[in-house]
Write a protein that binds this ligand. Structure first.
Ligand SMILES: Cc1cc2nc3c(=O)[nH]c(=O)nc-3n(C[C@H](O)[C@H](O)[C@H](O)COP(=O)(O)O)c2cc1C
Length: 210
């Protein structure tokens, strides 16, 4: 009887601890998850295939967009923003809920912008930028990687986060979704979202190495 009671107690304590941890993670992301106002929604110039390098990015609150534009400037590269057909809106909570549900259910959102196959074929190097979302790659980036034949291309990831500084599952996910590309996961750059605005030199110096 006593044993059963103490077992029950332990289970309750563990359950309470798990709930507290989940609530804390949620609160932290809500506080520092970023605000949509940081993004510039003006469309990027369409990729023309004039360079052998393409910078592709998905960004909700603007950090990855800044990094992408610095990289494109440094490399004289074309740039392409991954834009979901149904955008994530400006409300953090709605965005977080949808992102979680898409990840949990393997939903690949339809994209609004596409690159012609012949133009994509001209690039041999792709810098691929994204935020860590729910410890993984945001689902629009899954949509992008599955849409194109990227075999033989070099993919260099760059990302921002608010704590998952090693990218959590996102880098392995890029490898998984681009199995025939040379994905430079070990050379990816990781910047805390709160520090992106002050990281222009760091990002450009990193990009210059490739
Ligand atoms: C839906 C959502 C989920 C997030 N999940 C994580 C996460 O799992 N780990 C983390 O470190 N940061 C997480 N963040 C924080 C973002 O990665 C961080 O704010 C990033 O700099 C945003 O980049 P962006 O401005 O290009 O969208 C999340 C943010 C959002 C909006």
């Amino acid at each position: 009887m006593d044993k059963t009671k103490s077992k029950k107690k332990i289970i309750i304590i563990i359950a309470v601890i798990l709930v507290v941890i989940a609530a804390a993670v949620f609160a932290v992301f809500k506080l520092i998850g970023g605000s949509h106002v940081g993004i510039d929604n003006d469309p990027e110039a369409a990729p023309q295939g004039n360079s052998n390098t393409l910078v592709v990015y998905f960004s909700w609150s603007g950090n990855g967009q800044k990094m992408a534009r610095w990289i494109a400037e440094e490399k004289g590269a074309d740039i392409f923003r991954i834009v979901p057909a149904d955008d994530y809106g400006s409300d953090y909570q709605a965005c977080a809920d949808r992102a979680k549900s898409e990840l949990d259910n393997g939903i690949r959102p339809e994209l609004a912008e596409h690159i012609d196959e012949e133009i994509m074929a001209k690039y041999d190097t792709i810098f691929l930028g994204f935020p860590v979302w729910w410890y993984d790659l945001p689902m629009p980036v899954w949509s992008f990687l599955e849409e194109y034949d990227l075999s033989g291309k070099t993919i260099i990831p760059f990302f921002s986060h608010n704590g998952s500084s090693n990218g959590a599952n996102s880098l392995d996910r890029v490898k998984e979704l681009a199995p025939n590309s040379d994905v430079k996961t070990d050379e990816a750059i990781s910047i805390n979202g709160n520090k992106v605005a002050d990281s222009e030199n760091e990002v450009k110096e990193w990009a210059a190495k490739f």
